[in-house]
Structure formats: C-alpha cells, structure tokens
Write a protein that binds this ligand. Sequence first.
Ligand code: ADP
Length: 239
Amino acid sequence: MTLLRVQNVVKRFGGLIALHGVSLEVERGEFVAVVGPNGSGKTTLLNVINGVYKPDNGRVYFEGRDVTDLPAYKRAKLGMSRAFQVPRPFPELTVLENVVVGALFNGGYDLAEAREVAKEVLGYVGLAKKVDEPAGRLTFNEMRLLELARALAGRPKLLMLDEVMAGLNPAEIDSMVKLIKRIVEERNIAALSLVEHRMKAVVQLATRVVVMHQGRIVAEGPPDVALNNPLVVEVYLGR
Ligand code: ADP
C-alpha cells in the first residue's frame, strides 16, 4: 500500500495560492528530495502533509487512511514524523532525556523501553558519547543529529525533513545525507526532505527528486534527470 498519497492539494493564504493542486505519492524505501526556488511552496506542502495546515482542497492519505482532518500530533503518532530546520531541544534536559521524550510521545513505549530505544537511536546517529550532556551544550551539527534522533525515536514510517541540512558544512551534509539514506534503507521507511539552495549532494543521493515552481510540481524523476532540469540547474547549481 502506498505510504503517503497527497491528492490534488490546494492551499491559499488570502488571495495567494501557495499550492495549486499538488499530487504526490511516496513509497517505503524512497528518499524524496523536494527542490524549488524560494516561495515555490515546498514548506507549505510539508505543512499540509504533517498537519500544520489544512488544505483548502484535496486530501492527504497515510497508509490508505485519510488523515486530512487529523492534527499534527495525531499524525505523528501514526508514524508521520517531522524533524525541524531549527532544532528545538529542551536545553536543560540531557541528550538522552530529549530523545526519551520523543519515544514516549510518539513511539508508544513505556519508560524503560523508551530509554532503550533512545540509546539505540543516539548510537545510530553518532551521539552515543553525548547522552548525558545537557542538550543546550551541543554544537549545531550535534543538535541536528539530536533532532533526527528524536524524530526516529517516535518510530516514524515517514520522516519529514525540514531543510535539516541548512547551516551544515559540506562534510556534515554528506554524512547527514548518508545517514538518512541508511535509515530509510535499514528501517524500510520513507524520507521526504526539503532541499535549499546549493545542496547538490542531497539531490544526487535522493532516490527521487520532485521539482516545485509557483505552487506546482513541474518535474519529477531520478536525480540525473532532475539535475538536467533547467530550473534545478538555475536554482541549485548557480548557473
Ligand atoms: P518555499 O518553502 O518553497 O520557500 P513556501 O511554502 O514557504 O515556499 O511559500 C509559498 C508561498 O506561500 C510564498 O509566496 C509565501 O510567501 C506564501 N506563504 C507561505 N506561508 C504563508 C503564510 N503563513 N501566510 C501567508 N503567505 C504564506
């Protein structure tokens, strides 16, 4: 069964139409990169998918279930998990405690299980040595990894990534993308990632690239096809 099905979604802000009937399907095992110029509707699309916004028209289905009217927290419990661009850890809690919260909230674990899961995902993202540190003392890159760990601890089936790569250096981006790919493959889940400017690495490693322009999906395909799209070339490669 199709994991995520976005059907003909329209989203307006007053007189502005941010999404003009967008349809998209995502299967398990896919790492979909959503690219497009500023203002093309990428964030709005993610907000409609995860339940921050209700569309003015169209539906969102998750594992065949119509989730269009469910609030974000209920979608998260179904396995639609979002890691935000600006990490928002509880700074006084330890790294481990931050992830335990994610596991308790969305993963449906009891406290003992949540601790085990939290340790496992922190090892997975490479933060095993930092478990007892207050989250507020992490570097920016480490906070991104913590945000990813928090999302993973909620047992996502669909991991939505909100420009998680912004602000990282090229080496960090490379390892982040590889980590996400590994997560998608090993856990047989899907990732849907917004991609900002000059993030060729992300586009290259995605299994599918969706190109947005003025509130519409204007092209879709494997990375080599997307990288030859004139719009992608202009926006992402600076040519
Ligand atoms: P992107 O993420 O691709 O940069 P957005 O989805 O943020 O694009 O924005 C798409 C369009 O919708 C833009 O014209 C933007 O100004 C508008 N928009 C986004 N969010 C809001 C909002 N909350 N209120 C009004 N307009 C918005």
